[in-house]
Design a protein around this ligand. Structure first.
Ligand code: NAP
Length: 263
């Protein structure tokens, strides 16, 4: 049996709110594979949660650092703190998204300039902002993984401007893959189906999205947190050494369906 060993590697994980966060699903796999982790979180209230979550991993946890990705000074401080400890990175996990509530409650047609700006800044530009800074401290042959969603390519009612932000995120991953390719640094997106996390529960009609996905998917089921974490682990590992700029679905085969019949 082939197992993935990331001992000696260092991952920066951005965007863990609690044990149900997809960022945590990925972080757990990376930690179990032996890598060390740095966690960045948006606000001070996240720190005690992260301390509790990560306690069992002891010395593998190198740093917990506050960073609101919409604030350049926070981003600079995060990477200065990593650099000050003499840490070289191997992996970056981007698990961050935000859009103002009204952008998903109102029709897309009514998206405000501010709603658009905030959604795309926090959910897409942040990948560029984090990757640019991370690349300066990253060993060659590293890997960057971001989480996206199917609404980037097809209309998912209520997802609205977040679908536009996910399209921008996926396109950004491809351009970053090009810029970093000659250093062997890969940039990919993982696209899970709907998963019951805090961010997702605020999407109107989320439970219906979960039921619908499971009923249409080729495998007639939703993906699990473990499934998403394993795909991230694969993309960090050398097993995906020649894969970059891709969006890889972990959705039980929902995205490949063109039509479904009630069974
Ligand atoms: P989550 O647990 O709520 O994680 C989202 C994270 O983004 C939170 O930790 C949140 O911080 C952070 N964040 C928001 N604004 C930020 C900012 N300005 N600076 C720094 N961090 C910020 O939800 P999740 O579902 O796991 O989301 C992770 C990723 O998976 C997102 O990109 C999401 O779009 C994607 N995804 C989710 C699903 C799903 O159905 N759940 C499906 C496909 C893709 P706070 O804790 O401070 O709010």
């Amino acid at each position: 049996m082939v197992s993935i060993d990331l001992t000696g590697k260092v991952a920066l994980i951005a965007g863990v709110q609690n044990s149900y966060s997809l960022g945590w699903a990925a972080a757990k796999k990376v930690l179990e594979a032996g890598a060390s982790c740095i966690f960045s979180y948006q606000g001070e209230r996240n720190q005690p949660v992260l301390e509790k979550l990560t306690a069992e991993y002891g010395a593998q946890i190198l740093l917990l650092e506050q960073c609101d990705v919409s604030v350049d000074a926070d981003l600079d401080r995060l990477f200065a703190a990593i650099d000050a400890k003499g840490i070289q990175l191997d992996y970056l996990m981007h698990a961050i998204a935000f859009t103002p509530r009204e952008t998903q409650e109102n029709p897309f047609l009514e998206t405000s300039r501010d709603g658009w700006r905030i959604a795309l800044d926090i959910s897409a530009y942040s990948l560029v902002a984090l990757s640019g800074r991370a690349a300066k401290l990253m060993n060659d042959n590293g890997s960057i993984v971001a989480l996206t969603y199917f609404a980037s390519e097809k209309v998912v009612p209520k997802y609205n401007v977040m679908g536009v932000a996910k399209a921008a995120l996926e396109a950004s991953a491809r351009y970053l893959a090009y810029d970093l390719g000659t250093r062997g640094i890969r940039v990919n997106c993982v696209s899970p189906g709907p998963m019951r996390t805090v961010a997702a529960k605020s999407i109107p009609g989320f439970s219906q999205m979960m039921d619908k996905t499971a009923s249409v998917a080729a495998m007639k089921k939703n993906a699990s947190f473990d499934d998403v974490g394993n795909m991230c682990l694969f993309l960090f590992s050398p097993m995906s050494n020649a894969t970059t700029g891709e969006t890889i679905y972990v959705d039980g085969g929902y995205s490949v369906m063109g039509m479904s019949f009630e069974s």
